[in-house]
Write a new protein. Structure first.
Ligand SMILES: [Zn+2]
Lengths: 161, 379
């Protein structure tokens, strides 16, 4: 892709982020999703991972950069929405929203695919799948997945925390 | 800080759904009622704090204070307004500060438009996550997972609070009993919350007047002293990855409030805890240490929060069963109890009350802000 095309693509993505009320600081994350990789914001000094784009609680902006993450985690908690708060969700209910704790520590709120709403459960291992969304963003959704033994910490404290 | 300022006037308007009054009118009536309650003239108000944004109230109400400020940290705002009123009085900026709320909430509805202002991060709305019920449900589900808390336990909170409201004229629950079976039969809204686990938006106004303790003693109503107050923000628990185990960041708020008051939990007669959903008072009772972590469900089921229980909680029906004034409900109830004006619902032992507020829906977890204070009828 030439430079001009890259710039246009980037601007389109920024516009999509702004339109949904997202933070332009998260642009690299959404670019990653389009490219099929799950990125997290990481502090090189203490190895804490963050989502969304953050400053490190200890090191501020000194050593923050986006790194490729596993895209795997487990359901930490969830809800099943039965009440349609908007016309847009009237045909969707009931649907589950899971808070996934990624292997690297941060939480990511998403939908669990290939899983009936009454089978979503705390501790369910999941992995990200990238799906295009009407907003113009590519969204990570999750599906039940295998977790490499020993990779998902049973505890609730993030690395270095 | 203990007992240097007091609540000297309380105004509670009609509370209900679809009252047909705009917020400004509700606030004006609440201020008039508070002035009448305190036996003070309009010009006595020399400071005005509105919970939420304010531009027009002073002209409309015919008030002439030295300042009018807005505060907004969601349902924690009411307690914050009293803390701010104290600071303004102590710094010599005012002698009588009106802390005012009044909104016609029942007319507004969630729009569904992702808004980074109210939903801290826009992205969860892309998945259909919307509303405070869903974000509080994350904490409830986690509590169930860790401690075996059940929907019946949440129902016990709803029933306990309704039993208080049934006897309290002017509340939405007045004369309308609720059984656990009715709670269990109510439709699921955001699992694990059923209809009766959720508050509903109501219209209404409340104003409290704050003055120095010295001034308070010369006024007609029994002063309700601010004995201590504290704040905590849940972002600390977000950073440590423990936010879903914490309904609020209560530890720092509790430490400061009790240190200022020179009191311990054993000195508290009742608790008025912010209750948008049934899980909320249950988790706060645990976090304050009235009961052990995980014991909230059995505590409610066994009657611990009833008038004769170990810690009578939300004794006017709370926001779940009385009315929803975004945090002023608990302050008003504490004032009524501490003055001995709670009617048939008057507790026998009512010298001190813990009051909490919790707010700023986050879109990713329940809310961020917490403020608490200890009110008492002895300085
Ligand atoms: Zn760091």
């Amino acid at each position: 892709m030439d430079k001009q095309a890259q710039l246009e693509k980037r601007n389109a993505l920024l516009a999509a982020i702004r339109k949904v009320g997202g933070d332009p600081a998260d642009l690299p994350f959404w670019e990653g999703c389009e490219a099929g990789v799950f990125l997290l914001h990481r502090c090189a000094k203490c190895e804490r991972h963050y989502w969304p784009a953050s400053r490190c609680v200890e090191h501020g902006d000194e050593a923050m950069h986006w790194v490729e993450a596993s895209g795997r985690g487990r359901v930490y908690t969830y809800t099943v929405l039965h009440h349609a708060y908007t016309p847009a969700t009237r045909d969707k209910v009931p649907f589950a929203i899971a808070v996934v704790q990624l292997e690297e520590g941060p939480f990511y709120h998403s939908t669990v695919l290939e899983c009936a709403v009454d089978t979503v459960a705390v501790d369910l291992p999941v992995e990200a799948v990238m799906m295009p969304h009407e907003s113009g963003l590519t969204l990570p959704l999750f599906r039940p997945g295998r977790v490499r033994p020993g990779r998902v910490r049973p505890g609730r404290v993030r690395p270095g925390a | 800080m203990r007992g240097r300022c007091a609540i000297v006037g309380l105004g509670i308007t009609e509370q209900g759904v679809g009252l047909g009054l705009e917020g400004r009118e509700l606030r004006a009536r609440a201020v008039d009622l508070a002035l009448a309650d305190a036996g003070l003239p309009r010009e006595a108000i020399d400071g005005y704090i509105r919970a939420h944004v304010e531009r027009e109230d002073l002209r409309y109400m015919g008030l002439s204070p030295n300042f009018s400020v807005s505060m907004m940290t969601g349902g924690a705002t009411p307690v914050f307004t009293v803390i701010a009123a104290q600071a303004l009085i102590e710094s010599g900026q005012a002698e009588l500060v009106a802390c005012v709320y009044g909104e016609a909430q029942s007319a507004s509805a969630i729009t569904g438009k992702p808004d980074i202002g109210s939903y801290g991060y826009g992205y969860p709305t892309l998945y259909g996550l919307l509303g405070a019920a869903a974000t509080h449900a994350f904490h409830a589900r986690r509590h169930m997972h860790l401690y075996g808390t059940t929907s019946e336990h949440l129902g016990a909170v709803a029933v306990t609070q309704r039993n208080y409201a049934v006897k309290r004229p002017g509340t939405l629950g007045f004369g309308k009993s609720l059984t656990l079976a009715e709670h269990q039969a109510s439709p699921m809204i955001a699992d694990p919350f059923r209809r009766f686990d959720c508050t509903r938006n109501t219209d209404g106004g409340i104003a409290v007047l704050v003055a120095s303790a010295e001034r308070a003693r010369s006024l007609r109503k029994k002063p309700v002293y601010v004995l201590g107050a504290g704040t905590g923000h849940n972002i600390a628990n977000w950073h440590s990855g423990e936010v879903f185990e914490h309904h609020d960041n209560i530890a720092p708020a509790k430490a400061r409030a009790f240190a200022q008051a020179g009191m311990t939990l054993a000195d508290i007669d009742m608790a008025q805890l912010y209750d948008p959903f049934t899980i909320s008072p249950l988790m706060q009772l645990e976090a304050f240490g009235f009961i052990k972590a995980g014991q909230g469900g059995p505590f409610y089921a066994e009657g611990g929060a009833r008038p004769d229980g170990a810690m009578p909680t939300n004794t006017g029906g709370g926001q779940l069963s009385a009315y929803y004034t975004t945090g002023f409900t608990g302050i008003a109830e504490a004032v009524l109890q501490l003055r001995g004006e709670a009617g048939e619902g008057q507790l026998k032992k009512a010298a001190t009350s813990l009051v909490s507020g919790h707010g700023m829906n986050a879109g990713v977890q329940n809310t961020w802000a917490h403020a608490c204070m200890i009110l008492g009828n002895n300085p």
